[in-house]
Design a protein around this ligand. Structure first.
Ligand code: HEM
Length: 203
């Protein structure tokens, strides 16, 4: 078994980091546009008008990269077996001191749930954002409902992203290497994704 195993190809990595950059632009400009307390954030983007433009352009990049990432992992994400159920039942092992590795495929059950949440939240943000963007073409009630949903899912998305960022970096050392350089060590693969490790030729 080679020391490193390819985990994410170049297109997936470019799309993931496009997603991350556009997400942070959306969060900062979104907060600035939403509440007076965060208005200062718009200065990073050249003021309110420019901030609004950044928000719109970033939303397009975000939607494209989110859909790409989901489609590229779709088969794995939508496969759910008894090991995934066992992983969820054990809370991924994060809730106890007992060390018990449950065999997982390329992504563990928690990552699969995050991926499903991310694509659903992207669709909700995109549809509600579209209504807000072209507010003049829609009725007042629908625009107000969209504003509420957009703000609510913003909170859910940020909370989910915080958990994801922690687990994909300091929470599980070695994971980010796959998204940075494309490869993980075979030791990492054996520990975190043992079924995928075997499918890649590991013993
Ligand atoms: C600095 C911030 C971030 C880091 C370090 C990071 C890191 C990673 C890593 C290492 C993976 C691959 C996991 C693996 O190979 O097992 C991944 C996958 C993914 N990331 Fe991120 N990420 C960040 C921010 C985000 C944000 C903000 C979003 C969405 C809003 C996001 C969405 C995804 C999705 C959808 C996947 C695909 C599979 C999954 O884990 O569900 N990431 N990320």
């Amino acid at each position: 078994m080679p020391k490193y195993i390819v985990r994410h190809n170049a297109a997936e990595r470019v799309m993931h980091w496009t997603l991350v950059v556009s997400f942070f632009i959306l969060v900062l400009t979104g907060l600035g546009l939403y509440a007076h307390a965060f208005f200062g954030y718009l200065n990073f983007f050249g003021g309110a008008e420019q901030g609004m433009l950044f928000h719109r352009w970033a939303s397009i990049l975000f939607i494209i990269s989110s859909v790409f990432l989901f489609l590229s992992n779709m088969k794995e994400t939508l496969t759910f077996d008894a090991d995934d159920a066992a992983w969820l039942k054990a809370g991924g092992g994060y809730l106890s001191r007992e060390k018990k590795e449950i065999p997982q495929g390329k992504f563990n059950a928690g990552q699969k749930l995050f991926a499903v949440f991310a694509i659903l939240a992207t669709v909700v943000m995109a549809v509600s954002g579209f209504v807000i963007w072209f507010a003049d073409s829609f009725g007042r009630a629908l625009v107000q409902f969209s504003l509420m949903i957009h703000a609510l899912f913003f909170i859910f998305f940020v909370m989910a992203a915080i958990v994801h960022i922690y687990l994909a970096s300091i929470g599980n050392p070695g994971t980010s290497a796959g998204m940075l350089w494309g490869q993980v060590t075979s030791g990492w693969a054996k520990k975190h994704s043992s079924k995928w490790y075997k499918a890649m030729g590991g013993k």
